[in-house]
Design a protein. Structure first.
Length: 347
């Protein structure tokens, strides 16, 4: 009875948190060299969604900035942050490792290597156009994870968490060495390569939002459907087997979904760290360990956190912009250390 009461008690706090996350998203849009009030944003959206002209009381410049620049950029950051946080939450539960993230299996390293190859060689595929860089990054990240899973399955058919993490670390080190080798030939393109690896939402448009939103929502739905199995597996493989969960199949499915989420984000935005580490930890502190709560709230909190970080990256040294990956690291690293030390004291 107590468990049921506690579970019901999370409803109002989750609703309030969700509303705050949406509000923070619009706050991140309003701040900039040209300030756009929340009421003006609401008016613009109201008239635009109804196919009506925006009232002349709102400057046309503000309408253009909001609809063509800030809104797609903020939504891209929101869905990327949500996807990364989902991936981190899954990895931490699945691998029973609080330091695990979407990058544990080498997705980030592989995607960076794929993108670095395209940048350094100036390779072009007319059919892909501007999607060549993200496509190559995602493909390389996916190949890296498939190698990790294949090697881990060869060593341990049950894909135990320790084996997967260990193989992931080894493969990541190898891929990072390859990335260093490729980067040494960057020459004049070194600055472009560095900017990509540090992450940015500059220039993101509605088609970027569409891809990121589709990947994030697809991942959220699939993971929520697997939340019960994920809860069981977080207690250990033996317990999951005893209950009747097909651990091997579920692990492969969840690892591939986490790879998809991280791979798409890294491919479109570059490497952005700490979002997938911090957001799930905060959610578990606030709402408990059940993945039925952790997954959707990680999505919302991670998304709003990255949207706010992007706001800081474009405004703190305006008109110059700093990489959003640097902002998330500066905010996330100390925050994560504090959480980790508190957990150690409790132990």
């Amino acid at each position: 009875m107590t468990g049921k009461i506690r579970q019901k008690g999370y409803g109002p706090s989750m609703t309030v948190t969700a509303c705050i996350c949406v509000l923070l998203l619009f706050v991140s849009i309003s701040v900039g060299s040209v300030r756009i009030s929340l009421s003006d944003m609401g008016t613009i959206l109201w008239y635009t969604l109804r196919g009506l002209p925006v009232p002349s009381s709102i400057p046309e410049q503000n309408v253009t900035i909001f609809l063509s620049v800030r809104l797609p950029r903020a939504l891209a950051a929101f869905f990327a942050g949500g996807a990364l946080s989902l991936s981190g939450a899954v990895m931490q539960s699945l691998l029973q490792n609080p330091l695990a993230s979407g990058y544990t299996l080498g997705v980030s390293s592989g995607a960076s290597l794929g993108a670095a190859f395209v940048i350094v060689t100036d390779w072009s595929v007319p059919a892909l156009g501007q999607f060549l860089l993200p496509a190559s990054g995602f493909a390389a990240g996916l190949v890296t994870v498939l190698v990790v899973v294949a090697v881990a399955a060869r060593i341990d058919r049950t894909l135990r968490s320790q084996t997967v993490v260990l193989i992931g670390m080894v493969v990541s080190l190898f891929v990072n060495a390859m990335l260093t080798l490729v980067s040494s030939f960057a020459g004049d393109r070194a600055k472009q390569l560095l900017a990509w690896t540090m992450g940015s939402f500059n220039g993101k448009r509605w088609y970027h939002v569409g891809v990121l939103m589709a990947a994030a929502l697809f991942g959220l739905v699939v993971l929520l459907l697997s939340a019960k199995s994920l809860d069981v597996m977080s207690f250990g493989d033996d317990e999951a087997y005893a209950i009747g969960v097909n651990v091997r199949r579920q692990k492969i499915l969840l690892l591939l979904v986490a790879t998809l989420l991280t791979g798409v984000c890294v491919s479109f935005t570059g490497t952005i760290g700490f979002v997938d580490l911090v957001a799930p930890h905060v959610v578990r502190k606030l709402f408990g360990a059940s993945n039925r709560r952790v997954l959707p709230m990680s999505f919302l909190i991670g998304g709003s956190f990255l949207a706010l970080s992007d706001m800081v990256s474009r405004t703190i040294l305006s008109p110059q912009e700093i990489p959003v990956g640097a902002v998330t690291a500066l905010i996330g690293a100390p925050f994560f250390v504090v959480i980790y030390l508190k957990d150690r004291r409790k132990e």
